[in-house]
Ligand binder design. Structure first.
Ligand code: GTP
Ligand code: MG
Length: 188
């Protein structure tokens, strides 16, 4: 049969923003429609997995497929001491998912600094690679709307790349599909 197009996706953002929780939701084992007859048991397993997410050390590589694409996702650690690893993966990446904790108002400026550094990097600048933003943790009471997050990060200044922002709740999986659909359209 036809080989699926292979795409590398880099998942970035500050520590505790929800990157690993999002990637975990995208893995087929966590999709209800992939569950077999023993679905209750599996549901239990995947919920346990979701609760056991710990801060990423360095990075993790996850692979999954959609109908037309074969994804390799680099789930990077957002801790400051590991952020220097990010740039080593820019060249080979076809798209970026940038995750923001919408409730972390104190560190919104830090997120903006990291985003600006990313966008100005020589391996990213002048490339038309799509950037998908998740304004995550929208379930928290003091979370900013995706419009507010977009303003805080000055996303309207991004002129050379297609970008899109979605509000999400990674724990429930809300908003993730919309973002992924957009990303697939950009890549396909
Ligand atoms: P690093 O690996 O350290 O860079 O962090 P990360 O971005 O991978 O964050 P992670 O997925 O580990 O999530 C951090 C914490 O936020 C965990 O306790 C998650 O359960 C929680 N979390 C993730 N997404 C959401 C969300 O949408 N809403 C709420 N309320 N909590 C979330
Ligand atoms: Mg992580």
């Amino acid at each position: 049969g036809l080989k699926k197009k292979e795409v590398n996706i880099l998942c970035l953002g500050l520590d505790n923003s929800g990157k690993t929780t999002i990637i975990n939701q995208l893995k087929p084992s966590n999709h209800p429609n992939h569950l077999g007859p023993l679905s209750e048991e599996w549901k239990h397993v995947s919920q346990t997995q979701a609760q056991e997410i710990v801060p990423t050390i360095g990075f993790n590589i996850e692979k999954f497929k959609s109908s037309s694409l074969s994804f390799t996702v680099f789930d990077m650690s957002g801790q400051s001491r590991y952020r220097s690893l990010w740039e080593h993966y820019y060249k080979e990446s076809h798209a970026i998912i940038f995750v923001i904790d919408s409730s972390d108002k104190l560190r919104m400026v830090v997120a903006k600094e990291e985003l600006d550094t990313l966008l100005n990097h020589e391996d990213i600048q002048d490339r038309k690679m799509p950037v998908l933003f998740f304004a995550n943790k929208m379930d928290l009471r003091d979370a900013l709307s995706s419009v507010k997050v977009s303003q805080k990060l000055c996303l309207e200044n991004i002129k050379d790349k297609p970008w899109h922002i979605c509000a999400s709740n990674a724990i429930k999986g809300e908003g993730l599909q919309e973002g992924l659909d957009w990303l697939q359209d950009q890549i396909a």
